[in-house]
Design a protein around this ligand. Structure first.
Ligand code: SF4
Length: 718
């Protein structure tokens, strides 16, 4: 093995290339953590097409966490009241296989659930998928992408006929108007944002508009910041559509030849004149017109979004409303333009390709589609009808299934729902009722481990080989560069081993993750996300490859011309036309009222990642963000009689948390902000999701984690 290993950052969906070198190559005296352990050296990979050598604090420090607080061997217990005891792999795997058989025989396959993660490698996802949706015959395999990207996925399906961001990172440097809505990209996707910010600074004609209730670091860099009221995104987007229609700034040829549904859309947006939108959104008519003019006058508009649109009870409608603007102006399918969803997790894109949500099958197929099911059944050698036509339980439906006793076997892998789910008291109570929970993770302790009967040690990044796809559809091979700690095993190996113990040796006869990937890509043939031309060997030899990449030699030898989807303006719908999908705004599922007069909005910080399972073990990041806090506007702070660092109790209809106040004008009066990263392991009673609610988008089933109504009560000093 070479001393310099090229791989991918395991944090966010930007997917930055990294070069890792072993401690023997680093300065052994200075390159040690506080406990004296040698730390692997890491730097950005200049040759990686997506990040070009750049890396943020998370990527730069990732190797510091790989040896700390690791789960070393399987552990088991009969009830949550007991301490864990060490178990062998054989004992743990036999117990799992036996329990699955019992539950399936007595209560049916739909009593079994797997809740996985965008941290999975594509190969992990694929075997989990094959085991649950294929062999076991239940679609109850959902992932934490449900909390993150499922509205983007659904929006693309409704509007364009298929999932798949049509844009690429090169568009950041080719656009003349970046429209960023519901995304603090400067902190959450910093390397992408660096590329955009450089382009914006160097080109005076390039506009940057940011829509966000907070004045974030991203908003600070914009030409125009629209600080809309939480939950009024559709009002704004329809209001921009109204003005474009009124000014006749439409691409009529594109609308006529490439879309359907425009007349219905115009009927809806007629209800969004500037005075109405200004009032609802809490922005000036002047700013609204400035934003609409940017869409009207720009030749290449690139929109970007993340949780601000997705984590909403009308998330799919928000995404479709944004795509409508691209369709009415024809801003899609050519360089510098298009609707670009930024994925949250490192392999959330790969998960979507493999079908890692409870309504999906591999290759952007749908569980509900009979032809799709038949194609997968035939490929997997299943009986006709073996794949259920019923979408499985979404993330939150797994919790409600536990509550009513319909979920009898729960397997959680590489995610931490005891911090990341909404309505945490209810979530934890449901987890406590689970008759049998397997928790498979690299780290111990974690909050979710408290609710498990079996703990399985998972190999983590750098200890297993596989692929990840980033936000611009670039597939990168992530090779193992060190052996797993203790008895940890790769997730895909664990799923395969359980499949074999259930009696399906032939279907799980894989000896390497390269074989797993080779099988998966055959299911992408002739699909939007085709990867039949990609293999581990080719990725190792040539570096990252962007899909679509068919296995046709004549196409592979051509210079890569298709960096974008829909360049021929034919979409993935049956008639090849994109659809205008018009929605009226419904607003927040839980608006403020006299009892709960503030809107709480939640978000992420630059250094921390999700529930801190990894970043909470990195000194530099903990020093950067030592404590949770609540942002509150000075006017509200004065009304409550509180000052900087005073403790505020935040109460919602579901729970209570406490945070020191950060008094700042970056948040609007009437709104407060709390970061999501602190679970009960890291801080006392400072969980953002103790407050949030689970009301979800009816199409995407993504909960509205972004906003809820709260009351604020100052805590007297002792
Ligand atoms: Fe890793 Fe994302 Fe930072 Fe890149 S931007 S180094 S992928 S966390």
């Amino acid at each position: 093995m070479s001393d310099l290993i090229k791989t991918l950052c395991p944090y966010c969906g930007v997917g930055c290339g990294l070069e890792v070198s072993p401690p023997a190559q680093a300065n052994r005296e200075t390159n040690r953590d506080s406990k004296g352990n040698p730390v692997w050296k890491v730097r950005g990979d200049r040759a990686h097409p997506s990040s070009q050598g750049m890396v943020c604090v998370k990527g730069a420090t990732v190797t510091e966490s790989i040896s700390k607080d690791r789960l070393m061997y399987p552990m088991m217990r009969d009830s949550l009241d007991e301490p864990f005891r060490r178990a062998s792999w054989d004992e743990a795997l036999n117990a799992i296989a036996s329990r699955i058989k019992t539950v399936r025989d007595t209560s049916g396959a739909d009593a079994i659930c797997l809740y996985g993660s965008g941290q999975f490698l594509t190969e992990d996802y694929y075997l989990a998928q094959k085991l649950f949706k294929g062999i076991l015959g239940t679609n109850n395999f959902d992932t934490n992408s449900r909390l993150c990207m499922s509205s983007a996925t659904a929006g693309y399906y409704y509007s364009l006929g298929s999932d798949g961001p049509p844009c690429c990172y090169e568009d950041l440097e080719l656009t003349d108007c970046a429209f960023i809505i519901g995304s603090n990209a400067a902190e959450c996707h910093p390397i992408i944002f660096n590329r955009l910010r450089k382009h914006h600074k160097q080109n005076k004609n390039v506009k940057m508009i940011v829509v966000d209730p907070r004045r974030t670091t991203t908003a600070e860099a914009a030409d125009l910041h629209l600080a809309i009221r939480p939950g009024t995104d559709i009002d704004l987007l329809n209001g921009i559509g109204y003005l474009l229609l009124r000014w006749n700034r439409l691409n009529i040829e594109f609308i006529d030849e490439c879309t359907t549904g425009f007349p219905s859309y115009t009927e809806v947006i007629q209800h969004y004149p500037p005075e109405v939108v200004s009032e609802r959104c809490g922005i000036s008519i002047h700013d609204l017109i400035t934003a609409a003019k940017a869409w009207a006058e720009s030749k290449r508009v690139l929109s970007m979004w993340t949780m601000g649109l997705n984590q909403s009870s009308e998330g799919t409608a928000k995404v479709c409303s944004l795509i409508n603007l691209h369709l009415m102006t024809g801003q899609i399918g050519f360089p510098g333009s298009g609707p670009f969803s930024l994925t949250g997790q490192p392999n959330a894109m790969g998960g979507r390709e493999v079908g890692g949500l409870a309504h999906l099958l591999p290759g952007y197929r749908l569980v509900k589609n009979e032809q799709h099911r038949t194609e997968v059944e035939q490929f997997w050698g299943l009986q006709p009808g073996q794949i259920s036509p019923v979408p499985g339980r979404s993330a939150w439906e797994i919790i409600t299934g536990l509550e009513i006793g319909e979920v009898e076997f729960l397997w959680i892998a590489a995610t931490n729902p005891a911090v990341s789910m909404p309505d945490l008291e209810r979530t934890k109570a449901a987890l406590k009722t689970s008759p049998f929970t397997v928790y498979q993770d690299a780290y111990y302790p974690t909050e979710t481990a408290e609710f498990a009967h079996v703990l399985l040690p998972a190999a983590q990044w750098g200890e297993k080989t596989g692929t990840m796809t980033n936000s611009e559809r670039v597939v990168t091979l992530c090779p193992a560069f060190r052996p797993p700690v203790g008895q940890a095993r790769a997730d895909w190996e664990i799923f395969a081993e359980v499949g074999r113990r259930l009696g399906f040796a032939e279907q799980f006869a894989f000896t390497s993750s390269a074989e797993v990937y080779a099988e998966f890509v055959q299911l992408t043939r002739d699909r939007v996300c085709e990867q039949t031309g990609i293999s581990h060997a080719r990725l190792a030899a040539q570096g990252p490859i962007q899909w679509p990449e068919p296995d046709k030699k004549e196409l592979q030898s051509l210079p890569k011309a298709v960096k974008r989807l829909y360049t021929n303006f034919r979409f993935s719908t049956p008639d090849g036309r994109a659809r205008f999908v018009a929605h009226h705004s419904r607003g927040l599922a839980e608006p403020p009222d006299p009892d709960y007069p503030f809107v709480l909005t939640t978000g992420r910080l630059y250094g921390h990642w999700h529930t801190q399972t990894r970043t909470g073990r990195i000194e530099k990041i903990c020093q950067m963000h030592p404590n949770p806090f609540i942002e509150i506007h000075p006017r509200d702070a004065t009304k409550l009689g509180i000052q900087e660092n005073d403790l505020l109790e935040v109460r919602s209809r579901r729970g209570t948390s406490r945070f020191p106040a950060k008094v700042t004008k970056t948040i609007s009066p009437g709104t407060v902000f709390v970061p999501i990263h602190w679970g009960f392991l890291w801080a006392d009673k400072a969980e953002a999701n103790a407050l949030t609610h689970p009301v979800s988008c009816p199409q995407s089933l993504q909960p509205e984690l972004k906003a809820c109504a709260v009351q604020l009560v100052p805590v007297p000093t002792q």
